[in-house]
Structures are given as C-alpha cells and as structure tokens.
Design a protein around this ligand. Structure first.
Ligand code: BTN
Length: 254
C-alpha cells in the first residue's frame, strides 16, 4: 500500500501534493477530484483504478500496486494555456524520469522509453466561458510493472523494464510534485519556451510519423511544435501542416 509518511519525507513542495488523498482502489483518480471539492494542488493517488481513463476515450490499464496513477487539482487557466501547459508538464515529468531512463515525449505528451509507451498525461476540465472551472491533471506511469496484460504487451514498457531497478513510488511521486511546483511557476511567468524545449524532449523530431485521424493514416516528418502547442508536420511534397488533434503513430516504416 502507498505509504503516505514515506512520501511526505521526500516532499519539499509547499503547494503541490501537500494535501493527499490515497485510495487503495477507486474508479479513476481524475473522477475523484472532479467530483470532490479539494484545495488546489491536492493530489489523489490510487493503488489501482477500476475505470482508469486514457486519451481518446481509451481505458488506462491500472494494475494494482506496481505503478503510479495520480491526479492533481489545478487552479483555473485560460483555454489557450491548456495545450502549452500540457506539453510543459510533459517536460517536467521527463526531467524527473530522465534521472534514471531516457524518457521522451510523443506529441503532445505521451511518455516514451525505448520506443514504447511508459506513461500518459491527460488533462480533464470543466469550462465556464473561456476560463476553465476545474482543471484536473491525470498521470499514469508504468513504474515496476513487468507482467504486461495482453492489450498493452509489446507496446508498453515500465521504468523497471528499461533499467532493471525496483523504484520507490512514494519517492517518485514526491519528486514529481517538487518539480511541478517549480516548473508551473516558471511556465506561468513565461519562463518556458515550449517551442525551443520541444527539441530536447521529442522522441521523433525530424523523423517519420504516422498521423491517424478519423481512421485515416497519413505520413509526415515531424518538424516541431508552434507556440500554441500544435504539431508542425511536413508531408512528402514539403507542405507544412499544423496538427491540432489526431494520434501520432510510431509507424516509422511509413
Ligand atoms: C493517455 O492515454 O496517454 C493518458 C493516460 C492518463 C492515465 C491517468 S492514470 C491517473 C489518472 N486517472 C485516470 O483515470 N487517468 C489518469
């Protein structure tokens, strides 16, 4: 079971993660925070989720006791800040995990290692006009999982799978909270240039990517992101397109 005292021993952040809700099992940590009133920067963490939510309505595999599944209740922000913030949080997660493995991002913020998916980030919001009412940041990271269920075997990896090390999840979560605190302050002060930083974090800059949209696949070369966080993709004729939605595939064969 997640050890809250151990976690607090590693926590230096003053806002992020100070208030923590620990669940042995819940449907989704994001659903918990959407439905409960908690102070900003509260974190909800679960040993397992019965209805973990992934991007594009997919299920997030949430095996018990081996990984990290957590959500953070963030203060409101403007809608146009959401995608850039989303991407910047990916940088922060990479920075923490790169202490141990070569973790990179697949646009906008899939966490990748060794060409496989290590984790994912999903923001869920409720809106009031052009301002978000609730912003819940949800993150799933495969930490010590070595036995992969059929539906993700071959496409998913974990930190342990990449390095052979067994990780302390409490320490990892605390380090993420510590990093988020400094990173989000820097982001909100305009101190993070996501366009320039993307070059450091992308798994596929200047490589072939397959973009799947509405069941149609098209091959592009990734050329970076815009200040708004859109993906810049170049087709075979050299025409540049900005991609706003669509799953970026890893079909390097084209
Ligand atoms: C993705 O599909 O890449 C995003 C996955 C996000 C999963 C996390 S696990 C904790 C939080 N609770 C959820 O139900 N989803 C997010």
């Amino acid at each position: 079971m997640f050890d809250e005292r151990l976690y607090r021993g590693f926590l230096t952040a003053e806002s992020f993660g100070r208030n923590i809700l620990v669940f042995n099992e819940t449907d989704s940590t994001t659903a918990r925070l959407l439905e409960t009133e908690t102070p900003y920067y509260s974190v909800a963490v679960a040993e397992s989720q019965t209805a973990g939510r992934g991007r594009s309505g997919r299920k997030w595999v949430s095996e018990s006791g081996v990984n990290l599944y957590f959500s953070v209740n963030l203060p409101p922000m403007r809608i146009e800040q959401l995608l850039p913030f989303n991407i910047a949080i990916g940088f922060a997660v990479c920075d923490v995990l790169r202490g141990t493995a070569d973790v990179r991002l697949k646009w906008p913020n899939d966490l990748m290692a060794g060409g496989k998916k290590l984790g994912g980030i999903l923001f869920e919001t409720s809106l009031s006009g052009s301002v978000t009412e609730k912003v819940i940041l949800g993150i799933g990271i495969n930490v010590n999982m070595t036995d992969f269920p059929d539906e993700i075997r071959g496409v998913a990896t974990s930190l342990k799978e990449e390095t052979g090390i067994n990780y302390c999840r409490e320490e990892l979560l605390a380090e993420l909270m510590n990093r988020f605190e400094s990173f989000s302050a820097a982001f909100l002060n305009g101190g993070i240039n996501i366009v320039r930083e993307w070059e450091k974090y992308s798994a596929s800059l200047d490589k072939k990517i397959a973009v799947h949209k509405n069941g149609v696949k098209a091959v592009f070369t990734e050329r970076g992101i815009t200040p708004s966080g859109f993906l810049i993709a170049e087709d075979e004729r050299g025409v540049i397109t900005e991609i706003v939605t669509g799953d970026v595939g890893y079909d390097f064969s084209g």
